[in-house]
Design a protein around this ligand. Structure first.
Ligand code: G3H
Ligand code: PYR
Length: 216
């Protein structure tokens, strides 16, 4: 396998353009997956990232992908090549990682499912760009320098566009979305753990509607 591979991002820009906010989901109970997807859709959000941080994450991706055709389901926290293949088999339409590694990049190159790799420094951004990755996750956004860092990166590297994630909420999302090098933002604020536990889908639909109304 090569250490570095060509970008696999075909169709990714269209998926990132669906919504100003991509909810980052941590699903503990698989039966929550479908009603949660319906609640987000009802609020106007048509794309999600289901993180591989729970035992049921793969099942949740498969359930949403099979039962909620209006929702574009991506997989997040994909850290290994094996995970890349498994989320693709489960029906993920795109794959997200907090960073990148040679083996995950190889798995992306061998897959038809596009990849959104993470970067937090100019060197990481450039290394991915050298191989064609023009859409990147900026993670962890707030700890890595937030809006001033993204502005600083845009000056020498304007061709990369980001989905910043980490520490973003309704209070600062609009400021990120106003940046020329931001295509959308990610965040967990639309799905508070207590709302998920209580099955409070109405609350989640309201949070989704607020997020979907953000301008970019
Ligand atoms: O993708 C990563 C994060 O876990 C989401 O960050 P957040 O909880 O600060 O929104
Ligand atoms: C943080 C992140 O990018 C992920 O979990 O995929």
């Amino acid at each position: 396998m090569s250490t570095w591979v060509q970008a696999n991002q075909g169709g990714l820009a269209e998926l990132l353009a669906i919504s100003p906010v991509i909810p980052v989901l941590t699903i503990e109970v698989v039966s929550h997956a479908v009603p949660l997807a319906h609640a987000l859709l009802e609020g106007g959000i048509g794309v999600v990232e289901v993180t591989l941080r729970t035992e049921v994450a793969l099942q949740a991706i498969a359930a949403m992908a099979a039962s909620v055709p209006g929702m574009v389901v991506g997989a997040g926290t994909v850290l290994t090549a094996v995970q890349y293949r498994r989320v693709a088999e489960a029906g993920a339409r795109f794959v997200v990682s907090p960073g990148s590694s040679p083996s995950v990049l190889d798995a992306a190159a061998a897959s038809s499912v596009p990849f959104l790799p993470g970067a937090a420094t100019p060197s990481e951004v450039l290394a991915l760009l050298e191989h064609g990755y023009r859409w990147q996750k900026f993670f962890p956004a707030e700890p890595a320098g937030g809006i001033p860092m993204l502005r600083a990166i845009a000056a020498p590297i304007p061709e990369v566009r980001f989905c910043p994630t980490g520490g973003i909420g309704l209070a600062n999302a609009a400021d990120y979305l106003a940046l020329a090098n931001v295509i959308c933002v990610g965040g967990s604020w639309l799905t508070p753990a207590e709302s998920l536990r209580a099955g409070d889908w109405r609350r989640i639909a309201v949070l989704a509607a607020e997020a979907a109304a953000l301008k970019r």
